[in-house]
Ligand binder design. Structure first.
Ligand SMILES: C[S@@+](CC[C@H](N)C(=O)[O-])C[C@H]1O[C@@H](n2cnc3c(N)ncnc32)[C@H](O)[C@@H]1O
Length: 247
């Protein structure tokens, strides 16, 4: 990713769609969570949901991302909230995790699994859950069977595996999970902590970098993403899947 884009993302409250209410709602759908769960948060970014999980459970959280400055932000925020003793950060590729089998009661990943592919993530992360443990992912899905060509073209590189929410259900079952809950994130979760502050930053950066073609093209890419969402919000969404490991 371009360094200016990373700098912008480091300052956002979240690096993708999400909100505290939805994190809490998904957590309530997890069956049989131990009193003090061992949690793994993958693709945590600056850790908005990590901090929420730490506030919502008394457990220990290992937060993984492959961009170290995001983790520095998370550590700073965790310390400021008095949560540093329950959040451990790890800079690592989420496709190459080497924790012992069955290390976690709960694996959480908001808006990040698509980077390695939904099905790959389901299969690869299962061994890290204890038997009966749960995997919670938010994943981008189509809301319509025939999305507009312009949108398909726009999303196909970043999200090649995108499907209708219901078409992911057989993948969940065949990867060795039982679905225990599912819901769509509300459209505000794209805006409040993500696109609204991002759009504000883009405006400020346009003044700062006027005449710098490289920076302007980065800002254009970011603005296009927001514009596409404004135009086509009814065609795609994030869905939370709450899945319990079977067997
Ligand atoms: C869309 S952001 C979501 C961040 C955060 N979960 C949130 O909802 O605000 C995706 C995150 O995954 C991280 N990421 C991407 N590829 C990764 C990989 N291979 N291993 C670990 N983290 C990765 C990015 O650095 C980024 O923080």
């Amino acid at each position: 990713m371009h360094s200016l884009m990373l700098k912008i993302y480091e300052e956002l409250p979240r690096q993708g769609p999400g909100d505290r209410q939805s994190t809490a709602r998904a957590l309530r759908m997890v069956p049989g969570l131990p009193a003090s769960p061992e949690i793994l948060d993958l693709g945590c970014g600056t850790g908005a949901q990590t901090l929420d999980l730490a506030a919502l459970t008394p457990g220990q959280i290992t937060a993984v991302d492959n961009h170290a400055p995001f983790l520095d932000k998370l550590s700073e925020n965790a310390a400021a909230k008095g949560l540093a003793n329950r959040i451990r950060t790890l800079c690592k590729d989420m496709a190459e995790l080497d924790f012992p089998r069955g290390s976690f009661d709960l694996i959480w990943s908001e808006g990040a699994a698509y980077q390695m592919g939904f099905e790959n993530a389901l299969k690869d992360w299962r061994r890290l859950l204890r038997p009966g443990g749960s995997l919670i992912l938010s994943e981008i899905v189509w809301l319509v069977r025939n999305p507009p060509a312009e949108l398909v073209e726009y999303l196909k590189e970043e999200c090649p595996d995108m499907q209708l929410a219901e078409d992911n259900l057989p993948l969940i079952q065949s990867a060795g999970y039982e679905l225990t809950g599912q819901f769509e994130l509300p459209d505000e979760s794209w805006w409040t902590d993500y696109y609204t502050p991002l759009e504000k930053t883009i405006t400020q950066m346009r003044d700062k970098h006027r005449g710098d073609a490289d920076a302007e093209s980065v800002l254009d890419v970011l603005q296009t993403e927001i514009n596409m969402h404004r135009k086509y919000a009814s065609c795609y969404a994030y869905v939370f899947y709450v899945m319990k490991r079977t067997g």
